[in-house]
Write a protein of this length. Structure first.
Length: 76
């Protein structure tokens, strides 16, 4: 994770554009439905846990990017 000194407006905007692909979203939806039925294999449990870790990391980075851009708007 880059520290805040590495952040600039272009990087912040690029981070805000990051998102899962439609293929990944479809896979997560399928895994979620399968999980609700209690039918996930151990490998699928690992897979959905990985998606969750990446999603949380992305949320953290996007929050930092928004904070940076807000600070830029307030300071200039």
């Amino acid at each position: 994770m880059p520290d805040d000194s590495d952040m600039n407006a272009d990087r912040a905007r690029a981070i805000l554009e990051l998102k899962f692909s439609q293929q990944d979203i479809a896979r997560m939806n399928w895994l979620t439905l399968k999980n609700k039925d209690g039918e996930l294999t151990p490998a699928e449990q690992d897979e959905i846990a990985g998606y969750m870790r990446v999603g949380h990391f992305l949320e953290l980075m996007q929050s930092k990017a928004r904070q940076f851009l807000r600070g830029q708007n307030e300071n200039g």
